[in-house]
Design a protein around this ligand. Structure first.
Ligand SMILES: Nc1ncnc2c1ncn2[C@@H]1O[C@H](COP(=O)(O)OP(=O)(O)O)[C@@H](O)[C@H]1O
Ligand code: SF4
Ligand SMILES: [Mg+2]
Length: 322
């Protein structure tokens, strides 16, 4: 049974970027959700819909425009002072899409992993080295690797180094920002399985970001679907795949290739027309209206709110009733 204790509560979170005089890019626009202790919450949506911004704002790396992010029922991350921010940074870590770009090429693997330990004054001397060895072995590499440089490793191994770096400061929560998107398909499952193993062993909580629903399926307990700065659907992973209710989720799911040609033939494919619109000064009403085959007059005027339409299943669409 999943532990239903809340680790992170996100309320009315907005992150706008000022991109010109009186012009705001609404990267995250009023999202509400929680992340339970020990779960993996998948976050999906097309490139540019605000996933990374959402993850970074939750971690306190971006200052929220408004709203709150309550951590462990006590800390409002959006209101931390500088010294408190540093302390909090240890609890929440991030793993990036491109491990190579995020690893300093002039540092040895040992120094890369040790950096966070030093910043937070966790261990020194032998204890520090033992911690580095411990995490490098946890991610499936070995002690000899600590004196080598990032370019000596394959893409999958580099992602393991990125994971080891995050683990070194003993976090509770990790934002995995498209950690498998840049990897070969054959390596993707290995990294996902490693993350699952680490979660079970260390009791970690993940926000797992991907642009493709098929990538989050295996790892997520629940999945949230974002569209242009909004959360449009959020529910248990199984429920989302078996019973998608938002027209955008339905379109995303119909785009996933089905291995069995007989099933694929019977499945109706919904094509998403056009590009995702601009998040700069977006039009009122439902953000998906310009691409939605069910769009009505009301949709263009009134923004649908995320509502619980059945237990644990949240949807933001005027047509979906509880
Ligand atoms: N620092 C920034 N300044 C201005 N705009 C940004 C910044 N970071 C992201 N954006 C914009 O915010 C929107 C959401 O970006 P992002 O969160 O990276 O989306 P995703 O991770 O889903 O691809 C995009 O339109 C992007 O161009
Ligand atoms: S609110 Fe209207 S435009 Fe938006 S997803 Fe629902 S039917 Fe489509
Ligand atoms: Mg991103």
């Amino acid at each position: 049974m999943r532990n239903r204790e809340i680790l992170i509560e996100v309320r009315n979170l907005k992150k706008y970027f000022k991109v010109g005089p009186k012009t705001y890019l609404k990267a995250v626009d009023d999202v509400n959700f929680e992340i339970y202790k020990g779960e993996t919450l998948g976050l999906v949506g097309e490139s540019g819909c605000g996933k990374t911004t959402c993850g970074r704002t939750i971690m306190g790396l971006y200052e929220a425009t408004s709203g709150s992010v309550i951590y462990d029922a006590t800390t409002d991350i959006s209101k931390l002072r500088k010294d408190e921010k540093k302390k909090f940074a240890r609890k929440a870590q991030i793993i990036f899409q491109d491990p190579y770009a995020s690893l300093n090429p002039r540092m040895t693997v040992g120094d890369i992993i040790g950096e966070g330990i030093d910043i937070h004054n966790l261990y020194s001397g032998e204890e520090r080295m033992n911690k580095i060895y411990e995490v490098i072995e946890l991610v499936g590499l070995n002690k000899e690797h600590v004196s080598r440089f990032p370019h000596e490793f394959s893409g999958g191994q580099r992602q393991r180094i990125g994971i080891a770096r995050a683990l070194a400061v003993e976090p509770q929560f990790i934002v995995c920002d498209e950690p498998i998107s840049a990897l070969d398909v054959s390596i993707q499952a290995q990294i996902v399985n490693l993350l699952i193993k680490l979660q079970n062993e260390l009791g970690l909580t993940y926000l797992f970001i991907a642009h493709d629903l098929s990538m989050v399926k295996h790892i997520s307990d629940r999945v949230g679907v974002m569209y242009l700065g909004n959360m449009v659907e959020l529910t248990d992973s199984k429920e989302l795949y078996n019973n998608p209710l938002h027209p955008y989720t339905q379109a995303l799911l119909s785009a996933i290739p089905i291995p069995d040609p007989k099933v694929a033939k019977e499945k109706e494919r919904i094509h998403l027309e056009g590009e995702i619109p601009s998040p700069i000064n977006p039009k009122p009403g439902c953000r998906f209206a310009s691409r939605c085959q069910y769009s009505q007059e009301r949709c263009k005027k009134e923004m649908p709110q995320l509502k619980e339409v059945k237990e644990g299943h949240f949807v933001a669409c005027h047509l979906v009733k509880s």
